[in-house]
Design a protein around this ligand. Structure first.
Ligand code: COA
Length: 297
């Protein structure tokens, strides 16, 4: 018999192989909700979510021999109930299109009442040794205004000033804020655009796997010189290639499908130098208040 139940932090670790390496450290963290499926005490499935008003499904997986028996459906139903009980109002999910499990994921979410999937991001993956040969990186230009410095070269005063100014949504949108997942920031290839002591832009990279750096946040403040974003991106890629080499040979970056300027640039100049470009999709669901959700199971 398969049991489905929330996992206490100490038990969750045994389910680590059922999520992405990036999320394993979250299993025992407050703010993460882990629901496990087990058979005779052995882990067979895991659903993992970041809790909060706007909760996020981080991953859901069922071990091969146990698939297509309704285990994922049960995991997700339990997750929704527990999230609703903690005050979550919506649950969103993002997944990669065109994978062997994509039809199962989409069917699962549709059955649980998620809205129809929307195209969301292009997930680009590059081998830096190859990307470094592109004219984008090899012939990168210095910015027209200011200079590029390493993120770790900023002074404490510059950081404090930036931390304060980027809290203002009028100056810096949420998605662009540089100070996040700071413990994973890859110093070797995160860079800033500095002019006369002021920080005008940044490219923040995170080490998301031993061999992979994700280029997470590229932003240039309004009024900075044109082309500064490209200069930051090319310099960051060059630094990864020249400083990390085989220690972290891959780079990844997610581009919003709605960002026409970047997706056009990608198609025209970068595509031949990339290992892969895959699309991600997303869907979300309004969570029923607790009483209704329990009755729905
Ligand atoms: C996606 C996954 C979790 C589904 O697990 P599961 O336990 O087999 O799912 P369920 O049995 O609950 O099935 C849910 C629905 O998907 C359908 N489904 C399952 N496998 C399917 C497949 N290969 N193709 C099409 N539909 C499929 C089921 O028929 C069911 O729909 P129904 O209720 O209308 O019959 C599982 O395939 C998996 O672990 N894949 C690898 C991990 C992964 O890619 N996760 C997603 C990204 S985090």
């Amino acid at each position: 018999m398969i049991t489905v139940a929330p996992l206490a932090a100490r038990d969750a670790v045994a389910f680590g192989h059922l999520t992405f390496p990036l999320f394993r450290s979250l299993l025992a963290e407050a703010g993460t909700l882990a629901i496990g499926a087990a058979c005779a005490g052995q882990p067979v499935g895991l659903a993992l979510a970041r809790a909060g008003r706007e909760a996020e499904l981080l991953s859901i997986a069922v071990a091969g021999p146990w698939r297509q028996r309704g285990v994922a459906g049960r995991l997700l139903a339990e997750l929704e109930v527990r999230l609703a009980a903690c005050g979550s109002e919506r649950l969103s999910a993002v997944w990669i299109a065109g994978q062997p499990s994509t039809p199962a994921v989409e069917r699962l979410l549709a059955r649980r009442g998620f809205a129809p999937p929307q195209a969301r991001m292009l997930v680009c993956r590059a081998r830096l040794a190859r990307l470094a040969e592109s004219s984008f990186v090899a012939r990168r230009r210095a910015p027209r205004r200011g200079r590029i410095v390493g993120w770790d070269e900023l002074t404490a005063a510059q950081r404090d000033a930036l931390r304060a100014s980027t809290r203002d949504p009028a100056r810096c949108p949420d998605w662009a804020r540089p100070f996040f997942e700071e413990e994973r920031i890859e110093a070797a290839c995160s860079v800033a655009l500095e002019d006369d002591g002021a920080v005008l832009g940044w490219m923040i990279a995170h080490r998301i796997a031993p061999d992979t750096v994700r280029y997470s946040r590229l932003y240039v403040l309004r009024g900075s010189a044109q082309g500064a974003g490209f200069a930051l991106a090319a310099e960051a890629a060059w630094r990864q290639h020249s400083r990390l080499g085989n220690a972290a040979p891959f780079g990844s970056c997610d581009l919003a499908v709605s960002n026409r300027m970047m997706t056009n640039f990608l198609g025209r100049h970068l595509r031949p130098w990339l290992e892969s470009v895959t699309a991600s999709k997303g869907a979300c669901k309004v969570l029923a208040p607790l009483a209704a959700a329990v009755g729905d199971r």
